[in-house]
Design a binder for this molecule. Structure first.
Ligand SMILES: Cc1cc2nc3c(=O)[nH]c(=O)nc-3n(C[C@H](O)[C@H](O)[C@H](O)COP(=O)(O)O)c2cc1C
Length: 333
């Protein structure tokens, strides 16, 4: 029988994105009932009629024993601004930290606490407790449910907290001068270009052409494999915002820890939309023209956009030219 290595399995499973819930119950202690809870992403809906949900909890966890003893649990879904709550209920704060400190919660028919700022909650009695390897699969019958707050959910993916809509960067950097362009078109050209770059940015040419997506990503992969290289994406074929999104959403992640620099055009009137999409995709470095009217997006327009978005904006005359180190700032929050 093939045996999957546990570390490898955890890494593969980390690629599965999930929402984040806090599963709570009540510990009956000599001093009186005490609320207890833990972060769980194994929540799942099971059945509408009867109303059933499930959570899988590690057999060694105190929460598992407390739920088995109480015969009841509650689930609170966390919102996008509650990563801190998620961390705390995952035991990532110093031992002894009161996980409920500073939080408001309510109790319903089971007495299990539900978070008042949750995006949704469910109160359940334990209907079944199935063995699931080193976890227990609790199936709960839902007695009551509510939506205290409508906001985007907190997500967990690849061992980090996230949101559905990518946040804007805190700051963007505009490079004002038109540096000499070093462009590559295909993955095979990447290594030689990176070697010749000598500290300058190597741009993937025509990066937003709809037919070039696979090639562009492969070229970025090849560039990212070269240590110390600076990587950019240059627009040639006028790009639609959706195409910019498709390429950059993947590109930004694939070149990490390198930062991706982007050259966008302004002449097709979609330049600022594309810049916004690029920012939302995690880009914080842009090439910009000193004056409007050329092909490249103008620095003043990008700075204006940044101001409108509350994003700080730093302008560098030419980041690739060591003689021009002076930096000016505009649009700082
Ligand atoms: C995002 C996230 C999701 C988690 N999901 C689960 C889960 O579904 N089941 C589980 O047993 N542990 C899960 N954990 C780990 C528990 O939250 C952690 O072990 C916690 O300390 C258990 O609390 P307890 O020791 O008080 O029982 C998760 C942790 C994080 C950060």
């Amino acid at each position: 029988m093939i045996r999957v290595d546990g570390t490898h399995l955890r890494t593969v499973l980390s690629q599965w994105p999930s929402g984040v819930a806090v599963v709570t119950t009540v510990a009956n202690e000599p001093a009186g009932p005490r609320p207890h809870g833990m972060t769980a992403s194994s929540f799942s809906s099971v059945s509408l009629d009867p109303p059933l949900v499930s959570v899988c909890l590690g057999n060694h966890l105190p929460t598992r024993g407390l739920i088995a003893a109480r015969g009841a649990f509650a689930v609170s879904f966390l919102g996008k601004d509650q990563a801190e709550v998620g961390r705390r209920f995952a035991g990532q704060h110093p031992a002894g930290t009161d996980r409920f400190a500073g939080l408001s919660w309510l109790t319903g028919p089971t007495g299990c606490p539900v978070l008042a700022d949750a995006t949704g909650w469910l109160e359940c009695t334990v209907e079944h407790a199935y063995p699931g390897g080193d976890h227990t699969i609790f199936v709960g019958r839902v007695l009551d449910a509510g939506i205290p707050r409508v906001t985007a959910p907190l997500l967990f993916h690849s061992r980090s907290w996230g949101q559905l809509a990518d946040p804007l960067p805190g700051e963007i950097v505009l490079t004002l001068a038109d540096p000499p362009l070093l462009q590559v078109y295909a993955p095979g050209e990447a290594a030689a270009a990176a070697a010749a770059a000598a500290g300058r940015t190597v741009y993937v040419a025509d990066a937003f052409h709809p037919d070039r997506e696979a090639d562009v990503l492969a070229t970025l992969d090849a560039l990212a494999a070269v240590p110390g290289v600076r990587i950019g994406c240059a627009e040639e074929t006028p790009a639609s915002p959706l195409q910019v999104r498709r390429v950059l959403q993947d590109a930004v992640v694939r070149v990490r820890p390198h930062e991706l620099r982007v050259r966008l055009h302004g002449h097709h009137r979609l330049g600022l939309v594309n810049a916004l999409v690029a920012m939302k995709s995690g880009v914080s470095r842009f090439d910009a023209a000193r004056d409007a009217g050329g092909g490249l997006l103008a620095a003043a327009d990008l700075a204006h956009l940044a101001r409108q978005l509350g994003v700080a904006c730093v302008e560098t005359p030419d980041a690739e030219n060591p003689e021009l180190e002076s930096r000016t700032e505009s649009g700082r929050r």
